[in-house]
Each structure stands twice: as C-alpha cells, then as structure tokens.
Design a protein around this ligand. Sequence first.
Ligand code: ATP
Length: 613
Amino acid sequence: MSPNLIPAPPRPFQGFFGVFRYSSRALSLVWQTSPKMMIGLAVCTLVAGVLPAVATWIGQLIVDGVVAAMDTYQASSSLMEVITPVLWLVALEGAIIALITLAQRGLSAQQSLLRAMLGQKVNVMILEKAGTLSLSQFEDSELYDKLTRARREASTRPLGLVNKTFSLLQNAISLVSFGVLLVQFSPWALLILIAGALPVFLSEAKFSGDAFRLFRWRSPQSRMQMYLETVLAREDSIKEVKLFGLESLFLQRYRDIFTRLFKEERLLTLRREAWGFGLGLIGTLAFYMAYGWVVLETVVGALTLGQMTMYLMVFKQGQSALSACLTSISGMYEDNLYLSNLYEYLEQPTEQENGEVTIGAIPGDGLRFEQVSFAYPGGGEVLHDISLHLKPGESLALVGENGSGKTTLIKLLTRLYHPTQGRVLLDGSDLRDWETGALRRRIGVIFQDFERYQLQVGENLGVGDTQAFSDEQRWARAAHHGLADDFINRMDNGYHTQLGRWFKNGQELSGGQWQKVALSRAYMRENADILVLDEPTAAMDAAAEAAVFARFREHSRDKMTILISHRFSTVRSAEQIIVIDQGRIIERGTHQALLESDGRYASLFRLQAKGYQ
Ligand SMILES: Nc1ncnc2c1ncn2[C@@H]1O[C@H](COP(=O)(O)OP(=O)(O)OP(=O)(O)O)[C@@H](O)[C@H]1O
C-alpha cells in the first residue's frame, strides 16, 4: 500500500487548524508538571528571541561608527577619543551575545529536565488508564493498537509541542523585530521574505499528515514486530524457539515486515525531502534577489555600508526566523496528530462497573447463575442458558471437554465479563451491583494461566491480597495451605528469594512448584468464602495432588468451592458435579448419581479409570 492509499484520518487536511485542539491540553499538562520550569522556558525564549535583533542593530551602529571614526581619525584627533564609543558598542554586543548563550543554555537544561518528568507523567497516565480498562477492552485489537501507539510516541510529544510553541513565539518575536527593521528598507522586501518561505511550509505540513497516517496504518504490523522480538529474545519462549528451530523463520518474518514498512517510509521520506529541496530553492532565490537589490541601493548611495550589512543580516536572519516559525507550526501540527492518539486512548470510555453493594440482599444465599448465556465480544455464544446454585459450605466441580466453557463460567463469576443474558447473583444481589473491592475480597481464584511474577517468592504470594502484600506471617500461612512451604524453606533466601531469570540471582521453579505458589496465592485471601481452582494440580505429581486436595477440603469446609479438573480422582468428592458440553449443562449430580445414570460422566470416568488399570 502506498502512503497515498493509506486511509485518510476522520478530519483530513482541510481540518489543519482543527487539529491544534490538543495544544492547550499539552500546555496545561506541562504546566501541571512544573509551573516554574514552564515560566523559565518562557523567559529564556523571550530573551533568546529579542536579543538577536538588538545585536544586529548594534552591529550596524558599529560598522557605521567605524566608518565615521576612520574619517575623524584622519582629520587628526586622539585615537582613544575616536575609538572609545565604538569599543563600548563592541563590548555591549559581546554582553548581549553572552546573554543569548545563557538563555539558550537555560532553555536546553529546562527542556531536558522537563522531558524526563513529562515522559514519566504521560507513561503513568497511560498505565493508570490501562488499569481502568476491562478485560474485553484489552482483548480488542484496535484498542491495543491505540495503547501501543500511545506508549511508543505520545510520551515525548507534549514537550515537543510546548518547545515548538515557545520556539514559534521566540522566532515570531525575532521576526517582528527584524520586520520592523526591514520595513524601513521596503515593505516589498518583507513580502519577498514571506513569499519565499511559504511553499516549503505547505509541503512540510502535508507530509507531516502523511507520515502520521503511515504511522497509524502500520501499527498492527509494528505490533507484530514487537511480538516477534519478544518471542525471539525472551527466556520463557526461547526454549521452544530453539528446539523447533524457529529462529530463522521468525527472523525472516521480522525482516519482511521491516522491508514492507521501510518501502513506504523511504518513499515518503524521498518525496518529502525532494519537495522540500525544490520549494526551498524559491526561498534561496528570494534571498539573492533581495541581496542584489540591497547592493544596488548601496552602490547608488541610498544606503550606508553599515545599513547594507544590517539589511543583509536582517534578511538572512529574518528568513531563517520565518522558516523556523513555519517549521514549528508544521511540527506542532504533527505533534497534535500524535497527541490525538494519546487522548483518543485516554478518553476511551471505561465500563463503569463499580456498584455499591457490600452485603448482599439475601446474606448466606450463596452463588446463583440464572439462565446465563454469554458470547465474547465479536464472537458466537459459548455459554447457553446456564443455571446453578451453590450454597455456603458446598463444593462444585465442573467437568467437560476442552473448550466447553468451564473457564468462561469462572470469568463471569469473577466479573471479568458480564453475561450477555441472564444474571449472576451473590447473596441475592447481581454481581454488577457489587462494589468491586467487596466482591474481589470474597473470591480467591487460581486460573490455569496464572501469572509468574519476576518478584520474590513471598511477594508472589503477597499479590493475592494487596493489603497483606508484605506480611511475612500471612505468606507463611498461605504457603502452608498451598503446600509450598517445604520447598520455599529450602531456598537460599527463603521467602525473599527472587524468582525468574530476569533479575540477578533469580531462581526458576518447576511447573508444579509454580502451581503451588499460585495455589498459595489464592489462599492469601483468608476472608474469601468462594474458592475457585481452575486445574490447580495439572503439573503436580500424584502425591502432591492428593495432599493438595486433602488440605483444600480441610481448609474450605465452610466455604463455597468450585473446582475445574480433568482428573476424576479429584472431582469425585465434590457434592455437586456439573458436566458441560459445548456451553450447555448436560448432566448434574453427585459422583454416585452420575455413575448410576450412566451418561457422559460415567463413560468419561470409565475411560479414565481404564487408563489406570
Ligand atoms: N478471550 C476469548 N475470546 C473469544 N473466545 C474465547 C476467549 N476465551 C475462550 N474463548 C472461546 O470460548 C470457548 C470456551 O473456552 P473456555 O476457556 O471457557 O473452555 P474450557 O472449558 O475452560 O476449556 P479447557 O478445558 O481447555 O480449559 C472456546 O470455544 C474458546 O475458543
């Protein structure tokens, strides 16, 4: 796809000025970050903007002073007397130049400090917003693109915009002061100056828009590149990459994406620079026309030598100030486009899911699914008409083939998703109405794809209850329930051992040990009265599994427990067993009752039992 074919943004080029709507927000963001430095930037900008014209004007006074001094000196008076006024002017110009340098240093120091502070602030804003997004929003690839784009570009853009705003101000001030001097020569000269710079500006603005559209268009591909980088360079995937010999395959795909993207980028860059050069020539032409004119006026005696030098300087500097102004404007346009990305992401509506219920309408009623159906966003229905009731102290086991919907049911119970039809009730109140904190405190859950944090072992347990994140006694208790205490106590630094390979002295655990850590994490929620274990023992040896369930039953006598497992040995003791097939409940009852009814459960059980004979 060529950049020409890249879909235009909702407000195309004619909305050039409309796109500046993010400028004020970027400015206020910088102001919030550091009002002092923003004022400092403004002062330095002002100083660096006004003084060059003053220096040029003094330059003219010096040249004319020198010419006059040469005449006076020949008419013989003392050299010192003749030259002193000129030397004072030289000293003054020197002082002004020193002041300009000081202002420029001040500018760059404040810019680099602000850059660091703003980068951090914007990244925190992006991550804070990420914390408010729902799971389904995270799974939406368009939103994910927005998030990635915002993280890649947006953190440097607010400061860029502020810098350009100030630089625009600075150059505009210089331009006005040069303009005042130039108009005295001829208003036409001012016109020539403007006419020379305008074409480059227009082409720059157009290409900035194109560059942004290219950036947007290619973000899914950039994301694929980032993904391949991760797979090829992360310890958790490298094992498989090596064994399957995937390096060259993935690297080739990585290169192909680059080649495709680079083709577009090269085309755009070449066009941008070629047009910039061609239209820039108009500016050069304008300068040399004005040059010839000034020379002519000097030769015929309409200008002094000092004035000639000054006007040439003024024209040259005026020209660069004008083109700097226009570059700032087109740069601001570009920054605004990128900021539109950031704000599109930050303004993404979040699903308001915080209700107010902290104690249910019918305390002690337990958990109910009432004719619940569910479809993932953009997908077909994966759960159909599920009804079940679990009272405090009862245990439920979910059985079913891969993909039948067991984990999805748990996601609804933990309110990671909402039912598309029907309701889930806890103690008689709809889950949607529960206050998030109160609801989460009541549920301890371990998913089959639990997270392996590159933190200390203890902290890996602590994440189960942020209130007790660093509570070592609670770590020990949870590890005891989850049968993780034995191996943790044998580690060099006990609960303070760093896990994973990302950081120094990190230790890797076996699959079963990780699972024990995850199980203990669920036990950190001591007040939770709903315990959900989604295949908690798949990686454990038989003895560990038996011990885990013995401990589980003992620990959860007065709780509601939901267990998902493909092993019937662990399922059979549940008071209620539900068999799910393609999102529907097809059988329910106790182990004994299900065997007697001789349905799907009974045949699956016999199949597994045969495997052990
Ligand atoms: N995030 C998702 N987005 C879209 N569809 C999904 C998502 N997660 C699961 N599914 C689909 O929902 C269906 C049920 O998946 P679920 O994970 O609930 O099955 P499961 O019974 O837990 O399977 P397993 O025994 O393999 O863990 C599957 O068809 C799956 O493809």
